[in-house]
Write a protein that binds this ligand. Structure first.
Ligand code: PGA
Length: 250
């Protein structure tokens, strides 16, 4: 199985010129990469540039969508159908920055996941605790996020769900952020599988890819890659740096 690398560009870069140059860099690298599936999630405004420039097998992902599936009077929103029409195959949902800055709730995230997966777009559903406590209450937080996010999502759509475990404190833009320890990720992965299995009681629940995100860079990447059961990474900061990318995608 190829390692899934999802590049979350967030609100970067500021100009089309920079975005185009970064795309070109990705395209050239992707030709040399055999064992990685690369998904680039740029701001919407750069989607058409991406479609013109993409080479190799690079896929396009969005950083959000709206839960009304086609079109309508929803100022500022982008629908799953619009994304499908732009050949977008993935969407990041539930990212902690949207929860913090835009008050996105578990219910909103659930509606978005439903709209994405039933439209045939793969939902990269982000979960993760804000902080850790010595009584391991954060396990409960993670379990609850999964249960609410996947509420009433039929098992036929399991194939379109990817879980990204991103502890908020480990995201590189937070003060004193550092990547999680490998052992911790293993125990959270077990919790994720168990929670999803409890919801669906179906073998496909065991196949849901689990990604890790939070300060992943060229230095820690290989250690994480060795973790059994981890399908890939959601990468923010390092996905904007050509030197980092070169090492990660080689
Ligand atoms: P980071 O961001 O790799 O810069 O920590 C990851 C994310 O927020 O998705």
């Amino acid at each position: 199985m190829k390692t899934l690398i999802i590049a979350n560009w967030k609100m970067n870069p500021a100009s089309q010129k920079e975005a185009v140059s970064l795309f070109k860099f990705y395209s050239n690298l992707s030709n040399k990469t055999k064992n990685k599936e690369i998904v680039v999630c740029p701001p919407f405004i750069y989607f058409s540039d991406f479609l013109k420039l993409r080479k190799g097998g690079i896929k396009l992902g969005a950083q959000d969508l709206f839960w009304e599936k086609e079109q309508g009077a929803y100022t500022g929103e982008i629908s799953p159908l619009m994304l499908k029409n732009m050949k977008c195959e993935y969407v990041i949902l539930g990212h902690s920055e949207r929860k913090i800055n835009l008050n996105e709730t578990d219910e909103m995230i659930n509606k978005k996941i439903k709209a994405a997966v039933s439209s045939g777009i793969k939902a990269v559903f982000c979960i993760g605790e804000n902080r850790r406590d010595s009584e391991y209450k954060y396990y409960e937080t993670i379990k609850e996020q999964i249960e609410k996010g996947l509420c009433e999502i039929n098992k036929e759509f399991l194939k379109n769900i990817i879980i990204a475990y991103e502890p908020v404190w480990a995201i590189s833009t937070n003060q004193n952020a550092e990547a999680t320890q490998q052992d911790d990720i293993l125990s959270i992965m077990a919790l994720i599988r168990k929670t999803i299995m409890n919801i669906y009681k179906h073998k496909n629940a065991l196949r849901i890819p689990i990604l890790y995100g939070g300060s992943v860079n060229s230095e820690n990447f290989n250690k994480f890659t060795e973790l059994a059961g981890l399908s890939g990474f959601l990468i923010g900061g390092a996905s904007l740096k050509p030197k980092e990318l070169e090492k990660i995608l080689k």
